[in-house]
Each structure stands twice: as C-alpha cells, then as structure tokens.
Design a protein around this ligand. Structure first.
Ligand SMILES: [Fe+2]
Ligand SMILES: [Fe+2]
Length: 357
C-alpha cells in the first residue's frame, strides 16, 4: 500500500449537524485539517500526540523509527493553521515499566534529544504506564510520587497531575497509572488526586469549558477489539490495566460539571469516539503506530497519526485525526511484539523484576 493510499482522516464534531466537522468515520481523504465553516469563533487549536514510545536503546529490540517522529513534528509545526501546543497523552518513551533504570534513563535522553532537535512548540505531558516504574525509583524513597520521579524530572514537571488554562479553556491532566493489578499496574485515581481534582473542578464554577487528558481512556470501545480480553473463561473481560477502573466515580464527578466537554486519551494505539451522557471521549491513536511498526495487529485500520483539536468559544470542539504518513517503520516484522512478554514479566507481578535492558 502506498503512502498516499494509507492516508486517512477521522473527523468528529461536538455539535451534531455542524457541516464540515461532522463525523465522517475513516476514509475521508482531506489533504489537511480544515475548519468547519459554520462554527462560532474559535478559541485556538492544539494537537494531541498519543503514544510516541520513542527512544529505544540498541539493547532493546524495539527500534524507534528515526525518521517517523521528526516527520510528525515537522508536519505539525508546518501547518498553515498552526496549533498553540501539543498535548501528549502519555507513553512518551518506549518503555520504562519493564526496563532497568539505566535503560529508562537512556530512553529519556534519546527522547529529549529528538525533541530538542525537532520541536519548537510547547508540549504539555501526561504520564503513561510505560513512562513509570514501580520497581526502582529515582530518589523515590522520599518522593511524593513513587515510581514517577524520573519521568517528572525528565519532563520538568512538579507533579504527575496538574491543570492549566489557555485562551478561555481549562485543561486537567490526570495521572491514572497506579501500582497493582495483574501486570503490576492498574488505572484509576488515588484519593489524593481525587481531592485535588474535586477542588480543581470546583474552581471552574461549572462554566470554563474543560478538556481532560488521561493516558488510559476513561471510556472507550477500542478495548473490545483487543484479542487478549477474549481469552478469559468468562468471555469478554476488560482488564484493569486497560481502562479506568473508577469510571463510575469519575463520570459521576464530571457530570456535576457541564463544562467538562472532552476527555482525550491514548493507550490503545487506536482511535475512537464515545459520547456518554453529554461527555465526549476520544482515544487518540498513536504517533508510533505499533511501536514504530505497522499495521497494528489487532486493529490494522488504525494508522499512525495525531489529533488536531479546534476549541471554540461556545464550548464546542472539532477533532480530526491525521495520518501523517509514517515513514521508516517496519512492516510485518518477524521481531517479537514486546520483549518483556518473552521475559515472562507480564505473567506474575510477584516474581517480576527489572530485566529488560
Ligand atoms: Fe502505548
Ligand atoms: Fe499505555
């Protein structure tokens, strides 16, 4: 399949009936992100990067495409209608969770290096499960955020969850990777974060339109297409390291605030749009496709890409998924999918130890 044949566009609008932004599913072959013509005044545009998984040291057999990530960054920065910033929804580096501390540090070094060389616009980061490690720390004996301090230091963040305002919109960045679960991590907010979130939402007084960023989705349908959840004897089971296990509590809280408009996430490397009780949830694909390979084995329709999000003054939005034309990827590679699966690290948290270089 040629590069152009693969190019696809997924577009969605928050307002049913709005002309050009109306959901078109996959297949619309627009050349560049365009704005709907009959919308209210726009506040600004930003880009969502999901799952870049960049920076594999030579010892880790998951080589990132050296050309792919710079291409995505170049394309974003060359837009005629440029974004104000990139919102990264996590899984920034290849993998720290199953790695040694030395490997993780090297991955962060490579990531910072490529960002320094190719990125000229601000990036707001969300932590993903592959950005943290609960087995070793980095001064984690004394930190408030065990397992996350190396990522925080590398990203120059004071805390793994935070909020900010931009041109009339409020952004809440959540940290949903917690210790526990079958594979050593699970997705939910701890009590400390809930207390902070409740306060942060209360400060919006229900009026400032708000975007939520989390790594694992709060609500998604992408999980129904992953093969491993069908292997459970009970049939279809959604594992607790795939989506928020506290979805009910979180949604109940969000529903008190009609200004919570859009929840963006990643983790599945696939794209979907779920609207539930007035709140939109978009799982925003992956810049790296399947760790810089394609196609994604469990959902080959989903190409490497990023989201272009236009936010409007009336609290509506327009989302477009852009296949940027991944280059330098490996197609149908014979290499193993995840080296940490070979090492047996995902089968028993009790015996798990850092083994991946
Ligand atoms: Fe990922
Ligand atoms: Fe993830």
């Amino acid at each position: 399949m040629s590069d152009m044949d693969r190019r696809q566009f997924f577009s969605v609008s928050a307002v049913p009936g709005a002309a050009a932004g109306l959901a078109t599913a996959f297949g619309s072959r627009l050349a560049r992100p365009t704005l709907a013509t009959d919308r209210p005044e726009r506040s600004f545009r930003f880009v969502q990067f999901g799952d870049t998984h960049f920076g594999a040291p030579a010892t880790l057999p998951l080589a990132a495409s050296p050309e792919g990530y710079p291409k995505a960054l170049r394309q974003v920065q060359a837009m005629e209608d440029p974004p104000d910033f990139i919102l990264h929804t996590g899984d920034i580096i290849t993998d720290a969770f199953w790695a040694t501390s030395e490997s993780a540090r090297e991955q962060w070094r490579l990531y910072r290096q490529i960002m320094q060389a190719h990125c000229r616009i601000p990036v707001r980061y969300t932590l993903g499960n592959h950005d943290v490690n609960f087995d070793w720390g980095w001064g984690d004996e004394t930190t408030r955020y065990p397992g996350k301090s190396l990522a925080l230091e590398q990203l120059e963040l004071a805390a793994p969850y935070y909020s900010f305002d931009h041109k009339g919109w409020h952004f809440i960045v959540l940290d949903n990777t917690q210790r526990g679960g079958y594979n050593g991590f699970t997705h939910h907010l701890d009590e400390q974060q809930y207390a902070w979130l409740e306060q942060d939402l209360a400060a919006t007084q229900g009026s400032i339109p708000t975007v939520i960023s989390s790594h694992a989705p709060i609500l998604t349908v992408t999980c129904f297409f992953c093969p491993s959840n069908k292997q459970h004897p009970d049939g279809l089971v959604i594992p607790n390291d795939w989506v928020h296990t506290d979805v009910e509590r979180l949604h109940k809280l969000f529903r008190q605030y009609p200004n919570v408009k859009l929840c963006l996430s990643g983790h599945f490397h696939a794209v979907d749009h779920v609207q539930y009780l007035g709140i939109h949830h978009i799982c925003g694909g992956a810049v790296c496709a399947d760790y810089w390979r394609r196609p994604l084995p469990y959902a080959p329709e989903h190409e490497a890409g990023y989201g272009v999000v236009d936010l409007f003054q009336d609290g509506t939005f327009q989302y477009q998924y852009v296949d940027y034309g991944l280059v330098g990827y490996q197609e149908e590679t014979p290499r193993e999918r995840f080296p940490w699966e070979r090492a047996g690290l995902m089968t028993s948290p009790a015996t798990r130890s850092p083994q991946i270089q």
